[in-house]
Structures are given as C-alpha cells and as structure tokens.
Design a protein around this ligand. Sequence first.
Ligand SMILES: [Zn+2]
Length: 242
Amino acid sequence: MTATPRPRAILTIDDAPSPQIGEVLDVLTKCGIKAIFFCSGEQIAPYREFLLQALRQGHWLGNHGWNHRAFSSLSLADCVTQIEATEAVLSDLRTEAGCTNHPRLFRFPYGDKGFGIGPGRVLLSRLHPKVRALQKYLRVHQFRSTLDLGIQIPRPRFPYTLTTLDQDWLWGSDSRDWFFSKSGQSPGAYTHWMSENFPAVPPSDEFRVFLFHDHPGHPAYLQSVLPLLAARFSFVLPKESP
Ligand SMILES: [Zn+2]
C-alpha cells in the first residue's frame, strides 16, 4: 500500500519560547513534525534549555525581534538592534547545540516590515526608505528568505505578491490559533474549523507555511489539530543551507 502523496508544508511557531514550550516540543515529537520557532529575544533566558533541546531534536530557531515591538513604531537603528540582539542569543544557542549550519531566518512581529500592515501599507512600503533599508540589512547579514531555501509560497493576493522576493519570512496560512484561544473556544471547535478551512489538496511545487503561536494554553490546541494537519500535509524543513 502506498501512502497518499501530500502537499509539503512548513510549521512555524511564533512568539517562542513560552513557559509551555516543553509541552509544545512533546506534541511535535508525538506527531513527528519538525518546526521553526520564531523567538522573541527577551523571552529566551529562562527557557534556554528547552530551545537547546528543540535544536537537538532537529527544529530550527528563527529571529522574531527582541520584544515584539511593531517595527513601524521604531527607528531604523532600533529595528536593527532588535534583530542583532536576538540573533546574538540564537547564534550562541546554535553553537552550543552544534547546529551552526542552520540558516538565519527573520520574521517581523505582526508581519510589520517597518511601515505598518494591511494591503495599502504593503503597497506603499515598497518605496519606504526604512522598509528598504531593513530588507537590505537582512540580505547583507545573510538572513535566508524562503526563496533562498527553495521554498515557493503561494501569494495570490495583490499586493502581497510584491513581497515574494523579500528576505523576511511571511506566513502563508494563518492558523488563527490566537483567535480561538482568546475567545475561549475548545480545541475540538478549533480542530473542526481547521478541518473545514484547510482541506486536503493535491501536492504541488508550492509550500504552505503555517503560522501558529507558542502562547500559554496553546499546547492543547496543537495537540488537537496537528494530527489532522499531519494526515493532510507533509511537514518538512527546507534543506539546510550549505
Ligand atoms: Zn509574533
């Protein structure tokens, strides 16, 4: 019997590490999924050991800024400090875990590339000096984009198509876990919603990049929904950069 071919997907988990990251790692191990944790630098110190464990288990760590400030509210210099301070901590962790071959990855808090969010802002931001300077910073400092790692993400909606060549990691599929946990809905209700909204589809060259969050209370949602998603999608990490 051959397994049904499934489309490829990448699981990204933002705002890590939370006090429950150990539970998140347990759920991922049970489901056989490797993920990318986008970390906030200031949260790392108390949970270093869990992030080392994550690296040793084959997960990747990405940079999500120092303290989840919207980059449109910061000067260019402060944005760069947010990225550098966090990357220094992540780099130490990768060295300690023997994972120096992992690529540098960056995701802006709220997806705010420096000029706010929403379609109008995304369109205008293409010309904004701070947005352009941040993209250049990421490129020069060898942060790898999805395309650099051979990952094509469907971006059918204009103006988001314009972000295809950017160096930062936007997501493609918002799991809306934050909404369900905030409104106190059950993991079962959440899984039902995911089941309806992320149907099984035929494999293609494109990857789905799922966005989840490492927030308190979320492991129960992940535990409920990941087996469903793992049956429909093949969760992989990009090939490690040379
Ligand atoms: Zn975030």
